[in-house]
Design a protein. Structure first.
Length: 78
């Protein structure tokens, strides 16, 4: 998912359907060797989902805009 709850061009879709989407585009994170870097992908989205699950149950925070399979995926929130 990208800014504005929009579908990321590289996101997965189809069967089995995606349970929850999390931000994964242009996420600022710490970087090997020190400092920060902005990167995209599941390596950035999965920690969001893991953090929400550690806080408790994951809930539906709306739907992603522009899902190519026509079935809007839920945005995971706490």
């Amino acid at each position: 998912m990208s800014q504005g709850d929009n579908w990321a061009s590289f996101s997965n879709f189809g069967n089995p359907p995606v349970d929850y989407c999390e931000p994964g585009v242009a996420i600022k994170s710490t970087w090997k060797g020190g400092g920060y870097n902005t990167i995209s992908g599941t390596s950035m989205a999965s920690p969001h989902a893991a953090g929400i699950l550690l806080l408790g149950n994951i809930a539906n925070g709306g739907n992603v805009n522009g899902d190519p399979d026509g079935n809007a995926d839920s945005i995971g929130v706490n």
